[in-house]
Design a protein around this ligand. Structure first.
Ligand SMILES: Cc1ncc(COP(=O)(O)O)c(C=O)c1O
Length: 385
């Protein structure tokens, strides 16, 4: 089946968070969902559920764990047991649970900004502190300063939250980088909470490696968070999972979540199974479309937006644009919203190193992307008039 990602879907008036936040004349290229129809298998499975007409308490479909197990083995050579999988209504719930369960109130969480805002805000919400040795800019990409990373650790540092692939830096960390990070964490007895929600949206030439697959010792100290939500564009259905191999950690996790973290809902489970089992064809095609958008955006930025620099993207549909040389006075997010009527994400949301940047979600039709870029070009041209 050939999917048509050029098809414009009207999302205004559908209670879409992305489309309802800003005025009607704004093109929304911010929050991370795609303006594409999900795989046919997902739509059919949801119809089947709706047609049953009974929406009682539910448990995970019997086939879901085997499908996840088979997938992790096939993609990463990672063999996990069914009991290692713990379902969650969202990855952010999983992050917060980790902060709550594995760090005490005087403890700190280690993160690598500029990074997804919940990594920075949520430990503080839970009364934990944040240690944030930033990624380092290396021309058009980012790397890790391992010495600064290790030096920032104190004896109160309990959790390292890894974002891999990294949002918004666009990196897929290499085996060598992951090994060095893991060794540091093992040396300081720090738990690794690895958010791998973007792991399926990786571009040709790059390979995702779950940090837990580096060896038994690392696996025992890692909680991995994954979900079909970004991959198959089903984030509104709320289904994610943690892989926790270590039984003691899993027990702490389960008792911490009791009464607090709701079960995954019946639609989320239904979509997850259909997506993972039958969505590969769609996924291959969406990656190829996104790859085209990525090239288009990169080329456009180089040729027509000389004041902006786009960081290299190894994964995700979230481009990270450096506006520091653009001549924009003040905050570029505000500028693009006011002058171009394009809603992006403000780089300052992502902590250290985010100032002067915006994040652009290009999971939309190429036509819409082109229109947003035309508006941005025009707004930038007005600066020097
Ligand atoms: C790194 C990362 N983690 C988690 C999420 C959100 O996860 P969920 O909607 O499952 O809570 C996002 C969404 O953009 C993300 O980029």
């Amino acid at each position: 089946m050939k999917y048509d990602f050029d098809q414009e879907i009207e999302r205004k008036g559908t209670d879409s968070h992305k489309w309802q936040k800003y005025a009607d004349n704004v093109i929304p290229l911010w929050v991370a969902d795609m303006d594409f129809v999900s795989p046919q298998s997902v739509i059919e499975a949801l119809h089947w559920r709706v047609d049953q007409g009974v929406f009682g308490y539910t448990r995970a479909p019997r086939d879901l764990a085997p499908v996840i197990q088979e997938r992790l083995k096939r993609l990463y050579g990672w063999e996990i047991r069914e009991e290692d999988i713990v379902y969650l209504p969202g990855v952010v719930s999983g992050l917060n649970l980790a902060f709550q369960v594995f760090a005490g109130s005087q403890d700190a969480v280690l993160v690598q900004p500029p990074v997804y805002s919940h990594f920075i805000r949520d430990p503080l919400l839970r009364g934990r502190s944040v240690i944030d040795p930033p990624l380092i800019e290396k021309n058009d990409t980012y790397g890790i300063d391992f010495d600064a990373f290790e030096k920032s650790i104190t004896d109160r540092t309990k959790i390292f939250v890894l974002c891999n692939p990294h949002n918004p830096a666009g990196r897929v960390f290499t085996r060598e980088e992951l090994e060095r990070l893991a060794q540091i964490c093992l040396r300081h007895n720090i738990l690794i909470c690895s958010d791998e929600i973007h792991c399926d949206l990786v571009y040709p030439g790059f390979r995702h490696i779950p940090i837990a697959t580096l060896g038994r010792e690392v696996e025992e100290r890692t909680v991995t968070l994954m979900a079909p939500s970004k991959t198959f564009n089903v984030p509104g259905l709320g289904c994610a999972f943690a892989v926790i191999r270590n039984e003691a950690l899993r027990e702490m996790w389960n008792s911490g979540s009791q009464g607090l973290i709701p079960h995954v809902n019946i639609m989320g489970f239904t979509a997850a199974l259909a997506a993972y089992r039958d969505g590969q064809e769609w996924l291959d095609q969406v990656i190829s479309y996104l790859d085209g958008n990525r090239d288009f955006l990169m080329q456009y930025t180089k040729e027509r937006l000389p004041g902006l620099r786009m960081k290299r993207m190894e994964a995700t549909y979230l481009a990270w644009l450096d506006c520091r040389q653009s001549g924009i006075l003040g905050n570029p997010f505000d500028f693009f919203l006011r002058k171009a009527k394009v809603a992006l994400n403000d780089g300052t949301e992502y902590g250290k190193g985010g100032e002067g940047f915006v994040r652009l979600n290009f999971a939309c039709t190429r036509r819409r992307l082109a229109e947003a870029l035309e508006r941005i070009t025009h707004a930038l041209q007005q600066i020097n008039v």
